[in-house]
Design a binder for this molecule. Structure first.
Ligand code: FES
Length: 102
């Protein structure tokens, strides 16, 4: 695990859901109620990109078959979501947002 700069907080807070790629892996960065969350982007059902999905009521919804995941814990909220997805720690350093990624 290592802390990786995701970008400037001011810019990142402009979009509720966005993709972030690092070391051949894709993550979904979510900005909701003035807080950031980061989860693995690959849906455990058929590997659609959750970062192309929609944020609804505190959950990220897969764009393909609507599996839903809690943005704070990554826990699956319906059967298609299986065991859910991993979440990653975030912290602020100056004007930058950093994530602890594998
Ligand atoms: S690929 Fe995500 S619900 Fe099917």
């Amino acid at each position: 695990m290592a802390w990786v700069s995701i970008g400037e907080i001011d810019q990142l807070s402009q979009l509720p859901v966005q993709c972030f790629r690092h070391a051949d892996r894709e993550y979904v960065l979510i900005y909701h109620d003035s807080r950031f969350y980061m989860l693995d982007s690959a849906c455990p059902h058929k590997a659609a990109a959750l970062c192309d999905g929609d944020l609804r009521k505190g959950a990220i919804e897969c764009p393909w078959h609507k599996a839903r995941f809690d943005i704070q814990t990554g826990r699956g909220l319906n059967p298609l979501a299986g065991g859910g997805v991993s979440t990653y720690s975030l912290r602020q350093e100056g004007d930058q947002l950093l994530a602890e990624l594998t």
